[in-house]
Design a protein around this ligand. Structure first.
Ligand code: FUL
Length: 698
């Protein structure tokens, strides 16, 4: 009898469902991603490899006159480079096949300025091939960075160069393997060697490169590759090299210039627009967050102690991938041709934290209910957010503008990370969302935001509850949510904070017992304990690590030049009343000297005693503004403030996009008492602004 009843009710369900109107699938909203963009969204995390002649000249930008003879890695190891990226969880790698100095890492037919003229493998080497072959072996996708600006090529600035540039691209996209991304930098035109002309060449960024035809060629040769630049067309630059993306960060974007029919090569990106994108943007043009594991893009020994800590990398992960952008993290090979041990170590620790965090999804086996399900259909049910299939999603009826979904955990659950994914093939539809926890018989909001897109990670304080509610508070079109999961990030001791006073005393703050070193070694429980500030006037590297209850923090590193406690500014060409010269020696990175006579100003400092000077340090302004950044300098030394020797001059390459502390090594050790710093050229010919000037001890 019970069986007959079961069969009857089963038949009823079948008849009922077959009589029902089929549920109409949701339609697309706004611009939608192409297949190549969808594939790219899934990449999420990949490496940038900056490697060229700059590695051997200790520069960020080469002038273009460097001899190919300089390129000679002693132990180049593609296997080590690629496995470092892979072990960090990266799915691909983009290589600087040619940077602004024009040196090509493959034996191109287009210019003599290439690896075949270097001593590496007696001119028989091909770094592009070695790295790409290794990526194939290890299952990583590859991409090419080919600098449009070429400071070596004599034809740069003429139409002939565009042909050369395209031929280089053609070689790269034909002779190697499938690429997933072609990367074009926005820095274009300026001074350079240009085949011996040694001059400044400016190009019209909106017309010179004729990008449309180059893009067409890429589509023909590598139809699956996305094209990256300041203005897309497939992937946009986030607008900063510091390593974060905006919140919200929309996949939609209308780049400046594009509406006017222009395709600028760079320079027109408005940071504040690109960082967030446009909710109503005309194009699907998601952002890529680019940054380096070190302050610079190329390897510099002086930055061995400035590698991002595992904690900083984790933060970066949440502030890029967690905002729906991809993360391209630069790992610069050193002069041996391998990724330095310090970088490898930090990446391994970072990966451990990420793996530990995302190993258990506490929302699995929960009961899920939604305020509305599209046509009551199973196809769009709330449960779809729990499976691991990105193709299934919870959808509501078209008219729904606000909706919510409740996840009832199998038992009380603690979490501090929530992962939400939208079904993006039909566009970015959610404009506002919030998360609540159930506590004392009521809902308490603990998170909210605007954009979701490919992935949105919320990271915050520990929530302890048996129910979580996801609320959609504003939409462009009915929400389509493919995933919600919750995780617990292991709690770690935060790394100590190191500071030095104007008198040269070092203080270290943290919870637990702090151990430190001043010889460059990583602190252990055997290293000295920090109890009270200690004098560190002669400068060097301080490393500190906290220990508590069997746990330890990451290592903090601080590098100091000579203490400036006896220094005096004895003259300035000019100064703004609110930004006086003295601010360059107050060890406070938020106070600045600002000239009031434009470029070509100078400041003279008396160090109070004769010191061995091996390098000098210039810290640019540390807020986000570009105004006053000094791009070219002269650095003089003197014993008597009368006779001056020009110890260094040149450009602070890439300071506009990456305004980090500049350390310039001198060609020898000088013994002097007075320093004079000249602000030769300033962004937009403005008044130079500087935070600190110092002397390095290494
Ligand atoms: C910048 C370039 O000028 C840097 O050298 C580096 O390649 C970075 C990724 O883009 O704008």
């Amino acid at each position: 009898m019970r069986n007959i009843f079961k069969v009857l009710s089963f038949l009823c369900i079948i008849i009922f469902n077959s009589c029902k109107e089929p549920v109409i699938p949701p339609s697309a909203f706004g611009p939608i991603p192409t297949q190549r963009q969808l594939d790219w969204h899934d990449m999420e995390f990949y490496a940038f490899i900056h490697f060229t002649i700059n590695t051997f000249t200790d520069k960020e930008w080469g002038f273009g006159d460097e001899s190919p003879e300089l390129f000679n890695p002693s132990h180049f190891d593609a296997q080590q480079i690629v496995s470092t990226a892979k072990n960090a969880g990266m799915k691909g790698l983009i290589l600087t096949t040619k940077h602004h100095d024009g040196f090509c890492l493959w034996p191109t037919k287009t210019t003599e300025h290439n690896i075949s003229k270097s001593p590496y493998k007696n001119g028989k080497g091909d770094i592009v091939k070695e790295i790409f072959d290794e990526c194939r072996k290890q299952g990583l996708k590859v991409g090419v960075y080919l600098s449009p600006w070429d400071r070596n090529n004599k034809a740069y600035g003429t139409p002939e160069y565009i042909k050369i540039f395209r031929d280089q691209l053609r070689e790269l996209l034909t002779n190697y393997r499938d690429v997933f991304e072609v990367w074009f930098d926005g820095a274009n035109g300026g001074t350079g060697y240009y085949g011996g002309a040694n001059e400044e060449r400016k190009v019209d960024l909106t017309t010179y490169y004729d990008w449309e035809n180059t893009w067409e060629m890429i589509r023909e040769l590598q139809p699956k590759a996305v094209i990256f630049s300041d203005v897309g067309p497939d992937v946009r630059w986030i607008g900063t090299e510091e390593g974060y993306s905006g919140d919200p960060c929309w996949n939609r974007y209308t780049p400046k210039g594009r509406e006017e029919g222009q395709i600028p090569a760079g320079g027109l990106t408005k940071y504040w627009e690109s960082i967030n994108g446009h909710r109503d943007g005309k194009y699907w043009m998601p952002a890529e967050t680019n940054t380096s594991i070190r302050p610079g893009w190329f390897y510099h020994k002086s930055e061995d102690d400035k590698v991002k800590t595992p904690e900083q990398l984790v933060k970066l992960y949440y502030e890029s991938i967690g905002h729906g952008t991809s993360l391209i993290l630069n790992l610069p090979p050193d002069r041996r041709g391998v990724i330095h041990e310090n970088d490898v170590k930090s990446l391994i620790e970072f990966k451990k934290i990420i793996d530990k965090t995302f190993s258990v999804d506490y929302a699995q086996n929960s009961k899920v209910t939604a305020s509305n399900v599209r046509g009551y259909s199973k196809k769009y049910s709330a449960e779809n957010v729990l499976d691991n299939d990105d193709e299934t999603y919870w959808a509501t009826n078209d008219e729904v503008k606000k909706a919510n979904l409740v996840i009832e955990f199998p038992k009380e659950t603690s979490f501090n990370v929530v992962n939400i994914k939208e079904y993006i093939p039909l566009g970015q539809r959610v404009w506002g969302w919030a998360l609540d926890r159930w506590e004392n018989n009521q809902w308490i909001e603990f998170a909210k935001g605007e954009s979701i897109g490919h992935r949105r990670l919320w990271r915050g304080s520990l929530q302890v509850t048996n129910k979580m509610r996801f609320r959609v508070t504003e939409v462009g079109a009915c929400p389509l949510i493919s995933k919600i999961s919750v995780y617990q990030e292991p709690v770690r001791l935060s790394a100590p904070v190191i500071s030095r006073s104007i008198d040269g005393d070092v203080t270290i703050k943290s919870t637990g017992t702090i151990h430190y070193t001043i010889n460059g070694d990583e602190p252990t429980e055997k290293s000295p304990i920090f109890n009270a500030p200690f004098s560190f006037v002669s400068g060097g590297t301080v490393k500190a690590k906290a220990f508590f209850n069997g746990k330890s923090s990451g290592v903090s590193t601080a590098y100091y030049g000579y203490s400036k406690r006896n220094w005096k500014v004895i003259s300035v060409g000019s100064e703004d009343v609110n930004f006086i010269g003295k601010n360059t020696i107050d060890e406070n990175e938020t106070t600045y000297w600002k000239s009031s006579i434009g470029e070509q100003d100078n400041i003279v400092i008396d160090m109070g005693e004769t010191l061995p000077v091996k390098s000098f340090i210039m810290l640019p302004r540390t807020d986000d503004s570009k105004e006053g950044l000094v791009t070219h300098y002269e650095f003089y030394l003197s014993n008597d403030n009368t006779k001056w020797v020009l110890a260094a001059q040149g450009e602070f390459s890439n300071i506009y996009n990456n305004p980090i502390q500049q350390v310039i090594n001198l060609d020898k050790i000088y013994n002097d008492r007075y320093i004079k710093f000249v602000t030769k050229e300033v962004v937009n010919n403005g008044n130079g602004i500087i935070s600190e000037i110092g002397i390095g001890v290494d």
